[in-house]
Write a protein that binds this ligand. Structure first.
Ligand code: 5GP
Ligand code: ZN
Length: 114
């Protein structure tokens, strides 16, 4: 997709800090960190949101989430938990229309995010 910022990140036209990459997904730090280590996991295939997934893509993308979540947690002993968030549609607060899954590390129960 020509005008998609996340496709541009996949292509390397926009820089990102990569956390994980394979043939199916790219994981990179969110530009606006809710907590340190806030990561977005995106399919390399452009789909706008959950409503455009077929079963095979869903299996391929979502089955990778636990591995990436564990890698983030293992990278910092201060990480005690992690929120997984996926916004679909403008009314659900989606702002970038290339599907992405937020992995948001939690450090204490006083993090400024709920
Ligand atoms: P949404 O609200 O659609 O669920 O989340 C979109 C996320 O993409 C936001 O958290 C925003 O900070 C992040 N984002 C938007 N543009 C860029 C960018 O160019 N680079 C990175 N790394 N993250 C971005
Ligand atoms: Zn895209």
């Amino acid at each position: 997709m020509d005008n998609c910022i996340f496709c541009k990140i996949i292509n390397g036209d926009i820089p990102s800090i990569k956390v994980y990459e394979d043939d199916v997904v790219l994981a990179f730090l969110d530009i606006s960190q809710v907590t340190p280590g806030h990561t977005l996991v995106i399919p390399k295939k452009h789909v706008a949101n959950i409503f455009e997934y077929d079963e095979d893509l869903a299996q391929a993308v979502f089955s990778r989430i636990p591995k990436i979540a564990k890698a983030i947690k293992d990278a910092d002993p201060e990480i005690k938990g992690l929120n997984i968030l996926n916004n679909n549609g403008e009314v659900a607060y989606q702002t970038v229309f290339h599907s992405h899954i937020h992995l948001i590390p939690r450090y204490t129960d006083e993090d400024d995010f709920s």
